[in-house]
Design a protein around this ligand. Structure first.
Ligand code: ZN
Length: 112
């Protein structure tokens, strides 16, 4: 108990206990595979998928320039005013409704 280091079932390396994530058991047991193996799996997945993910993203941008601009607008609003596009739209909508309200009354001269 205690001194036996866990061996990874994937790479077969004996590693310090800290190289394994904890399982949800009580007391926690080392969770297979080891962290280096997990990182490696993630890295390989990324190497295999990043290129296609990027290509898909690029194609999407070219097909949806208006949505790209919307995304830029969204980012700008958030950066400059801390607003979401939805906040901004609802402010514009309220202002628009107010202008229409006032305008309508002015046109009909009902405010005298
Ligand atoms: Zn391993």
């Amino acid at each position: 108990m205690g001194d036996v280091l866990p061996t990874c079932t994937k790479c077969g390396e004996t590693r310090p206990r800290s190289a394994f994530p904890n399982s949800k058991h009580d007391p926690p047991r080392p969770c297979q595979p080891c962290k280096p193996c997990r990182n490696e799996t993630r890295r390989k997945w990324y190497a295999r998928n990043a290129q296609s993910a990027l290509a898909i993203n690029q194609g999407w941008r070219e097909r949806n320039p208006h949505l790209m601009r919307l995304g830029q607008r969204r980012a700008e609003l958030r950066r400059r005013y801390g607003l979401t596009l939805e906040d901004y739209a609802s402010i514009l909508e309220r202002q628009g409704a107010f202008v229409r309200f006032v305008g309508a009354h002015n046109d009909q001269n009902t405010w005298r």
